[in-house]
Design a protein around this ligand. Structure first.
Ligand code: URA
Length: 432
C-alpha cells in the first residue's frame, strides 16, 4: 500500500478502509511514514471528516498501538472524567479526591496544555515534588490505597496518539471531531476505566466553538465508549469565559484547594458537583444525580475531600503542606491590576484570548519545548454579569516581568463592558 493513495481517498471525500487506517496509524507510529504525508492526511480528515465507522476504526488502531492497563483486580467501579480542554478548567484536580472520598476509585489519566488551553499535569507539577510519571505498579498501588490518581499515561499507552497529537498541534488540525474522538477514546479505553464522564466544552475558548459541533463530538465520544463496553455520558459546558477566577498553573492549584475548603467560586463548584454527581451515579453509590450531590457537598464540608487531596499529592511525591500554605509553590514577583476603562456590566471575557494572555506571561507553551513559569497567570476580579465602576480592577496579572503592556492590551481588547449582559448558562445539556 502507498501512503499517497490513502491521502488521495480522503482528499476526495472517500471513506478509508480498516486496512488503510491501520497502515497509517501503525506506519506513522513506527516512524515509517514521514510527517509531511501524515500532515496531508490529517488535513484531509480535518476538511472531509470521517464516518462513524472510520472514527471507530481509527480509535481501535490507536488503542492497539500500545498497552492496556488492567484494573480488574481493584475492587469497585472505576470512574474517570475527561475534558476536551478549556481555560481555567481545573475541575479534575478537586474532582478526583472529592469523588474518591466516597470510596469510589478514580484512575485519572490526564494531559498537558494544548494550544491556549491549560493541562492538568502541568498544573499539578506546580506543587514541588509532584510526579505525574507513575509506572503501572505504582499507579495501581496508589489507586488501591489512596483511592485516586492523577497522572500521565503510564508505560506505552496509545503511543500513536502521542505522535499524532504532537503533529496536530503544529499543523492546525486539533479541532476535528474524529481526530479528537480517536485521541481521547484510545487513551481512555487503554486506561482500563469502567465508566467515564466527558466534559465537552463549547464557546470561544473551546476547540468546538459551536454548540452543535460540541454535541456531535460528545455523540462520537459516547458512542465509541459504549461500543467498547464502557459506561459513558457527556456534559456540554460553557467555555465562553474562563472557568473560576484563576488562570495559571500554581494559581489553579490554589483555586482547587479553595474549592475543597468550601471557598471555591460558584461556577467551578457548580461544574464539579454536576460532573461529580454523574460519576457517583455511575459508580452505583447513588441512584440519581440529585441524590449524589449532597453526598459530595458533605465531603467538602467535613474536610475529608481536602484530606484526600493531600494524601494524593503526598503519594505522588508532592509537598502536601500546599493545602495549608500556597507559598510552597512558585510565586510571581509582580502583581498588576487592570482597571476598567468605563462603568457598566461585564458582558464578555473571551476565554481563548485570556488563555493566550496567560501563555504570553509564561504560563503555557508557545512551542512544545517551552519551559513553563508555574507562578504566573491571571486572577479575574470580575466575571460576566458583574457590575463594574470605571477604574475598578477587572483582573490582576501575576507576572515575573515588569513590562506587561502587551498582556494588558490583549486583555482589554477581549473584555467587553456594556450596559447589560446575557446570563451565562454553565451546563448546556447532557449527551447520554
Ligand atoms: N484532549 C485530547 O486528549 N485529545 C484531543 O485531541 C483534544 C483534547
Amino acid at each position: 500500500m502507498r501512503m499517497v493513495d490513502v491521502i488521495d481517498v480522503k482528499r476526495n471525500g472517500g471513506e478509508l478502509t480498516e486496512e488503510q487506517i491501520r497502515f497509517f496509524v501503525d506506519g506513522y507510529t513506527a516512524g515509517d511514514i514521514p510527517d509531511y504525508q501524515a500532515s496531508a492526511l490529517l488535513m484531509a480528515i480535518w476538511f472531509n471528516g470521517m464516518a462513524a465507522e472510520e472514527t471507530r476504526l481509527l480509535t481501535q488502531a490507536m488503542l492497539e498501538s500500545g498497552d492496556r492497563l488492567d484494573l480488574s483486580d481493584i475492587p469497585g467501579v472505576k470512574v474517570d472524567k475527561h475534558s476536551t480542554g478549556g481555560v481555567g478548567d481545573k475541575v479534575s484536580i478537586p474532582l478526583a479526591p472529592l469523588v474518591a472520598s466516597l470510596g469510589i476509585p478514580v484512575p485519572m489519566i490526564s494531559g498537558r496544555g494544548l494550544g491556549h488551553t491549560g493541562g492538568t499535569l502541568d498544573k499539578l507539577e506546580a506543587i514541588p515534588g509532584y510526579t505525574v510519571e507513575l509506572d503501572e505498579g505504582r499507579f495501581k498501588e496508589q489507586l488501591r490505597e489512596v483511592g485516586c490518581v492523577i497522572a500521565g499515561a503510564t508505560g506505552d499507552i496509545a503511543p500513536a496518539d502521542r505522535r499524532i497529537y504532537a503533529l496536530r498541534d503544529v499543523t492546525d488540525t486539533v479541532d476535528s471531531i474524529p481526530l479528537i474522538a480517536g485521541s481521547i477514546m484510545s487513551k481512555k479505553i487503554a486506561s482500563g476505566t469502567d465508566a467515564l464522564v466527558m466534559d465537552v466544552k463549547t464557546g470561544a475558548g473551546a476547540f468546538m466553538r459551536e454548540e452543535e459541533d460540541a454535541v456531535a463530538l460528545a455523540r462520537a465520544l459516547v458512542d465509541i465508549a459504549h461500543g467498547s463496553g464502557m459506561e459513558a455520558v457527556a456534559v456540554i459546558s460553557d467555555m465562553n469565559q474562563p472557568l473560576g477566577r484563576k488562570i495559571g498553573n500554581a494559581l489553579e492549584i490554589e483555586e482547587s484547594v479553595e474549592l475543597l475548603r468550601g471557598e471555591g467560586p460558584a461556577d467551578l463548584l457548580e461544574l464539579v458537583l454536576a460532573i461529580g454527581s454523574q460519576m457517583v451515579v455511575m459508580a452505583g453509590v447513588a441512584d440519581t444525580p440529585e441524590e449524589a450531590r449532597p453526598l459530595l457537598e458533605a465531603k467538602i464540608a467535613d474536610g475529608s475531600a481536602l484530606e484526600r487531596f493531600r494524601a494524593m499529592v503526598e503519594a505522588q511525591g508532592g509537598d502536601g503542606s500546599v493545602v495549608d500554605d500556597f507559598t510552597v509553590m512558585p510565586q510571581a514577583a509582580y502583581q498588576f491590576d487592570v482597571p476598567a476603562p468605563r462603568s457598566g456590566v461585564v458582558a464578555s471575557m473571551a476565554a481563548d484570548e485570556l488563555g493566550i494572555a496567560s501563555m504570553m506571561l509564561g504560563g503555557g507553551r508557545a512551542t512544545k519545548d517551552d519551559e513553563l513559569d508555574y507562578a504566573v497567570g491571571l486572577v479575574l476580579d470580575k466575571k460576566v454579569g458583574d457590575p463594574v465602576e470605571e477604574g475598578e480592577s477587572l483582573l490582576t496579572i501575576h507576572s515575573n516581568r515588569e513590562d506587561v503592556a502587551n498582556v494588558v492590551d490583549l486583555v482589554l481588547d477581549n473584555i467587553r463592558i456594556a450596559d447589560a449582559a446575557e446570563p451565562v448558562e454553565l451546563v448546556h445539556r447532557m449527551v447520554l
